[in-house]
Write a new protein. Structure first.
Ligand code: SAM
Length: 273
């Protein structure tokens, strides 16, 4: 009798980044975790390493603690998405393949000649995809985690776009002090605390106006409820300096919690007569 491959067992979930599978099963005992890891390695050809995520994504660098379950003893991999490839160390930097559609959606909106700010670079997946899709734009990105920043630099070279991305290692709050009216488009991919950065994003948009792609976490009884809460909070913060033009749930992040993106159009600043 043949048994069901572990990855097809109802309720069992995992994600694949490059050639690494990450499973979440904090309540399963260690020997069972190892057996599941070995089964995944055997059943899915692409996988060379199986890791278990030990807790939620956390800390300033948004990192997850990993436990090695099976395969080669490493946490580094190369992940491919939309013709780009990213070198990643899953135990030292943030990366989520679940945001790939969102990265492509934003990249498709960028027009020739734009000056784009990515406030939280990670290993640079947003910036690199934008630079590849829109060869006539320039991007500035900022990242606090030195390991992520160094991988972002390598990734920009690997994808042949390093000349069009200015990559800053630093704290976004500090780096943007005094920056005013410089960008056509700003991305704020730090959903846990994005409201703290909205004012500096608005200030950094050119006086002719521009766009902000704003990511946040919202609680709600449903998708629609969470989107509505985000709309109310954002319109209060915008105070008629702009409008929410589009929003959607990017992914569910837990019972009653959603990650939401909102595209904000920032109006031109009227010159005093
Ligand atoms: C949720 S991750 C998003 C990374 C990337 N945009 C992506 O989609 O993979 C947020 C990133 O912001 C960085 N970060 C957190 N606080 C920061 C700060 N104050 N200044 C600059 N980067 C920061 C973290 O280290 C992390 O890499």
């Amino acid at each position: 009798m043949t048994s069901t491959p572990v990855h097809k067992v109802p309720g069992f979930s995992f994600e694949i980044i490059g050639d690494i599978a990450i499973v979440k099963m904090p309540h399963t005992d260690k020997s069972k975790r190892k057996t599941i890891g070995e089964a995944l390695l055997r059943d899915i050809r692409q996988i060379r390493v199986v890791l278990a995520q030990k807790g939620p994504i956390g800390g300033e660098y948004r990192i997850r603690e990993m436990e090695h379950l099976a395969g080669e003893p490493r946490t580094t991999t190369i992940h491919k998405e939309y013709g780009c490839s990213f070198s990643i160390d899953l135990s030292r930097v943030y990366f989520s393949p679940r945001l790939s559609t969102e990265r492509m959606r934003v990249a498709d909106l960028v027009t020739p000649g734009e000056y784009v700010l990515n406030m939280f670079a990670g290993v640079s997946p947003f910036s690199i995809l934008i630079a590849k899709k829109q060869p006539q734009c320039t991007i500035v990105e900022i990242e606090l985690n030195l390991v992520a920043h160094e991988l972002a630099q390598k990734n920009a070279i690997r994808n042949k776009v390093s000349e069009r991305i200015e990559q800053i290692h630093g704290d976004t709050k500090r780096e943007l002090e005094g920056v005013q009216g410089r960008f056509d488009r700003v991305i704020i991919p730090l959903p846990e605390s994005s409201f703290e950065f909205l004012e500096s994003a608005i200030r950094s948009i050119k006086k002719q106006g521009g766009w902000i792609h704003f990511y946040t976490h919202m609680h709600g009884r449903s998708n629609a409820d969470a989107i509505e809460s985000a709309r109310v909070k954002l319109e209060e913060s915008l105070r008629s300096r702009g409008s929410l033009r589009y929003s959607r749930v990017v992914k569910g992040i837990g019972p009653g919690w959603y990650q939401i993106v909102a595209d904000l159009e920032i109006y031109p600043i009227q010159q005093a007569q």
